[in-house]
Design a protein around this ligand. Structure first.
Ligand SMILES: Cc1ncc(COP(=O)(O)O)c(C=O)c1O
Length: 428
């Protein structure tokens, strides 16, 4: 692209140096695909972070940012929250993991049954993918059927990432991935459940973030599953402890058969869970579902403390209110400047969208996150998170930064081609 685009001027020299070492020593370079430098703006975005406090983080070069990536959604309470520090320090001396179960497994399960609608039992794992795999195995066992439908990202395990290298081709027979990005995607999903229900064990739904589904549709899907003996599993790895205290079930007033949780479950400590009715969950006992670190105590203690904090601090209202302010503020700046950015989706999980065409979106989102980083704001190119540690001052700064970032992109002519297309009637 020919432009007079000014590169942001932050110093990333330590990040670059570490990046060379990381490429040499760390297989695949990052532990999560979503942390790869290519996911942001190569050379114009920090690669390594050093530390965090509240909603702010510092990179290895000493640059500071308001963080909306929040550990990919795990840091629901921000960094170094007193409840986190207390839960870890108060319990560390007891040990980290023991040779037999410990009482906190019961306390944490009870805390979940108290806030997750319909939950009568819980079972703990370490990652979102683990919890989803356990829920799928349980669904197959209970229904005696083998196929699943997935919606959205559910983790890296074979059932979900069935069409990537290294996965046996036959796995594809068992999973159908369906989109829900537009209202037009809804009918085909309902039709597929109606058509394939005799082989379908479950639908594993993680809601799209680019729009809010309606309670009517979610309940229609749920009721169809019930009628056809297909388990309705809500993947609430992201939406849990965000859309409402009781998650997407409460938000949509719907009841899933099984719910999977992670990310905010233990406010940054590695933990995931499957919850559901006793009648279903108790069948887990008949399965080979087992993991060494599932009973690790600090994460379970943190889960109990985090749920207490979510219940008592006004956290859910706080993240929704700040998310709304962020969406409204950035949307009105973007509209005033005549740029194609819109912030969409659920208030607490705002998605920054330049175009519904993925290639077109990245063309703008990449320089945008670079310009925002240069103005002290760390954003992903699409879905972002608000934590309890964000304040109105952070939101005001971020809206001002968006004005600066979009204006800089405009001055550099980045939107000129798009504006010409719009004038000519093309959709972007
Ligand atoms: C909706 C959803 N489900 C499942 C997962 C997988 O979680 P994990 O990366 O902990 O395995 C993710 C990860 O981002 C997710 O967003």
């Amino acid at each position: 692209m020919n432009s007079v685009y000014q590169e942001p001027t932050l110093n990333f020299s330590r990040s670059q140096q570490l990046m060379a070492e990381g490429r040499e020593l760390v297989a695949g370079f990052t532990q999560s695909m979503m942390k790869k430098p290519e996911q942001f703006a190569l050379g114009r975005f920090p690669v390594y972070l050093q530390s965090g406090q509240g909603a702010e983080v510092t990179d290895v070069d000493g640059n500071r940012y308001i963080d909306y990536i929040c550990g990919l959604g795990a840091n629901a309470l921000g960094h170094n929250h007193p409840a986190v520090v207390k839960a870890i320090t108060d319990n560390l001396a007891k040990g980290i993991i023991h040779s037999l179960p410990t009482p906190v497994e019961i306390t944490a399960a009870r805390a979940l049954t108290e806030i997750i609608p319909g939950a009568e039992q819980a079972r703990f794992f370490k990652t979102g993918a683990d919890a989803n795999s356990a829920a799928v195995r349980l669904a197959r066992f209970i229904t005696g059927k083998e196929k699943i439908i997935t919606v959205g990202y559910n983790g890296w395990h074979d059932h979900y990432m069935f069409d990537t290298p290294g996965v046996p081709e036959m796995i594809q027979r068992y999973t159908t991935r369906m989109p829900l990005f537009t209202p037009q995607d809804e009918q085909p999903l309902l039709e597929l459940v109606s058509k394939e229900y005799e082989q379908l064990a479950a639908i594993l739904l993680s809601v799209p973030y680019n729009r809010t589904l309606t309670p009517e549709f979610v309940n229609q899907l749920r009721n169809l599953c019930k009628e056809k003996d297909v388990l309705f599993i809500l993947d609430e790895v992201v939406t849990g402890f965000r859309l409402a205290l009781g998650g997407a079930q409460e938000y949509f007033n719907v009841r899933a058969d099984l719910v999977t949780l992670s990310k905010g479950l233990a406010a940054g400590m590695p933990l995931s869970a499957v919850t559901g009715r006793r009648e279903l969950m108790s069948q887990m006992e008949k399965l080979q579902v087992s993991t060494t670190f599932g009973g690790e105590m600090l994460s379970l203690e943190m889960c109990v403390a985090a749920i207490d904090e979510y219940r008592t601090s006004g956290y859910i209202q706080h993240i929704a209110e700040l998310g709304r302010q962020l969406k409204n503020g950035v949307n009105s700046v973007a509209a005033e400047l005549g740029t194609p950015l819109t912030v969409v989706g659920y208030d607490a999980i705002p998605m920054f969208l330049f175009s519904r065409n993925p290639q077109e979106h990245v063309k703008f989102a990449e320089p945008f996150v670079a310009e925002m980083a240069a103005r002290g704001v760390l954003l992903r190119r699409d879905v972002n998170f608000i934590s309890s540690a964000h304040t109105e001052a952070h939101i005001v700064h971020t809206i001002q930064a968006a004005r600066g970032a979009l204006s800089a992109m405009q001055r550099a002519g980045l939107f000129a081609a798009q504006a010409a297309q719009v004038a000519a009637g093309a959709t972007v």
